[in-house]
Design a protein around this ligand. Structure first.
Ligand code: ZN
Ligand code: FE
Length: 255
């Protein structure tokens, strides 16, 4: 049974999603930046909240947990490795765990780097990955609690998903990410074409999320530390992937 996914904006530049499995009539919200837009989305869709799937503890991802649980009695599922910081968590999950969601199943990946216990949820049959602040369209999360090595290992797990997998990342950062991406990978024709598309979409207020694994592999500099063109532009030809990734992340922090 196919999942229905309803995307809506929260706060300044967050996205959140209602994920609905119609056969069992269950509905999850992926992260809880703020309750107002989530309650309105539930109203609009007519769906009843049964689950919260948290990716990490940051308040723009788990801040609405307590209020939503009080209002709906939903079950809160979140990362085991940072369970103490996930308000009202009911079920702790980690790498390799499966979350049954009606007839659908999400596989959980540990993807530390942005936070130490960050997780992602992959609905294989529905070709959907909810990646929080780990992978962004043309970007990746800042390394608040992890090392470049950890983040690169995490990103490689997402890179191994089928290329048609949709990437539901938690922020609309794409246009500013694009400015940086083209500055470090100016000879990437796929990237140049995508930057134009993104500018056109944003001019019309169209979300650039979800992206896809295939598109990110071709254009996202944080997934391309082994590419010749990126290495040349950074002056790091032949350097190992972690070193190139770390340098790319450092330059983005100072961009
Ligand atoms: Zn975050
Ligand atoms: Fe965030």
């Amino acid at each position: 049974m196919a999942l229905q996914i309803h995307q809506f904006p929260c706060l300044n530049d967050n996205y959140s999603w209602l994920v609905h499995e119609p056969q069992a009539n269950v509905t999850a919200v992926v992260d809880t930046p703020e309750t107002g837009p989530i309650l309105r989305a539930l109203d609009q869709t007519g769906w009843t909240l049964t689950h919260i799937l948290n990716t990490h503890w940051h308040p723009d991802h788990a801040g609405g947990n307590e209020e939503l649980k009080a209002k709906t009695g939903c079950q809160i599922i979140g990362p085991r490795a940072e369970a103490k910081r996930i308000p009202a968590i009911d079920r702790q999950v980690g790498d390799g765990d499966e979350v049954k969601f009606g007839a659908a199943t999400a596989k959980v990946f540990d993807v530390p780097g942005h936070t130490a216990g960050h997780i992602a949820y992959w609905f294989a049959e529905d070709k959907a990955a909810f990646v929080g602040d780990t992978l962004f369209a043309l970007g990746c999360g800042r390394l608040f609690e992890g090392t470049a090595q950890q983040m690169w290992t995490s990103l490689q797990k997402l890179m191994a998903l089928p290329p048609e997998t949709k990437v539901y990342c938690a922020h609309e950062y794409t246009q500013s990410n694009a400015r940086f991406a083209i500055s470090v990978d100016p000879d990437n024709a796929d990237l140049a074409a995508r930057v134009k598309e993104i500018d056109a979409m944003r001019a019309k207020g169209i979300p650039t999320v979800p992206s896809s694994i295939g598109l990110e592999l071709a254009t996202n500099p944080f997934l391309r530390p082994t590419s010749q063109s990126l290495q040349r532009s950074l002056g790091m030809v032949g350097a190992d992937a972690v070193a190139v990734f770390a340098e790319t992340r450092k330059r983005k922090d100072n961009f």
